[in-house]
Design a binder for this molecule. Structure first.
Ligand code: ZN
Length: 193
């Protein structure tokens, strides 16, 4: 999931401008390593992780770094071409979290609509309906049990990343009008790949 709603102060010092330019270079470099719309990996159903080994920990480390560099708030393994049930996300201000083999154990009946973006669908933001809260259980990268009781924004990000593990994208979850608009942005790029 991506976040484009940064507030910009137009009175930057040179150092700030330089840091921002560097961040933009890192963002583009990260995005170039994330599978983009049209890539088959984004439509695959991921398989459970079986081994909690160094390969998995390296994958999680790489995904977390990519998520930060790309200025996103979540990234699923399918988005880096690894068809396994793993995602990283940032549900709040307490830093990144990892969820391996996530299972939804509770989901609110109440839903809310808000705009979402996606690191794999650049330039697209569409309204998506999500449950307002959910409880997820799974493992961390070391095989330890984790449980997340999520509400609002955190719950939305987690549902977005869960969808990625089943090959579902935000354009599948929005209304016809927004889907059509999104595809007009995405299609020319998909053809160029
Ligand atoms: Zn996404």
């Amino acid at each position: 999931m991506s976040e484009h709603d940064h507030e910009h102060d137009h009175d930057h010092a040179d150092a700030d401008a330089e840091a921002e330019a560097e961040a933009e270079v890192r963002r583009r470099f990260a995005l170039a390593q994330i599978r983009q719309y049209g890539d088959v990996a984004l439509r695959m159903t991921a398989r459970p992780v079986e081994e909690f080994d160094d390969d998995l920990r390296r994958l999680v480390e790489r995904m977390t770094a990519l998520m930060h560099d790309a200025q996103g708030v979540g990234l699923a393994a399918t988005q880096v071409g690894v068809i396994r049930r793993v995602f990283v996300f940032e549900p709040g201000d307490d830093g990144p979290r990892t969820l391996v083999n996530p299972v939804v154990v509770e989901r609110a009946d109440e839903a809310a609509v808000d705009e979402e973006g996606c690191l794999s669908l650049q330039g697209v933001r569409v309204p998506v309906e999500r449950a307002v809260s959910l409880v997820l259980e799974g493992k961390d990268e070391n095989g330890g049990d984790v449980r997340y009781d999520l509400e609002g924004y955190g719950a939305r990000v987690a549902q977005h990343e869960l969808d990625h593990l089943d090959g579902v994208l935000i354009i599948d979850r929005t209304d016809d009008e927004h889907r059509k608009e999104a595809l007009s942005v995405l299609r020319p790029r998909a053809v160029l790949r």
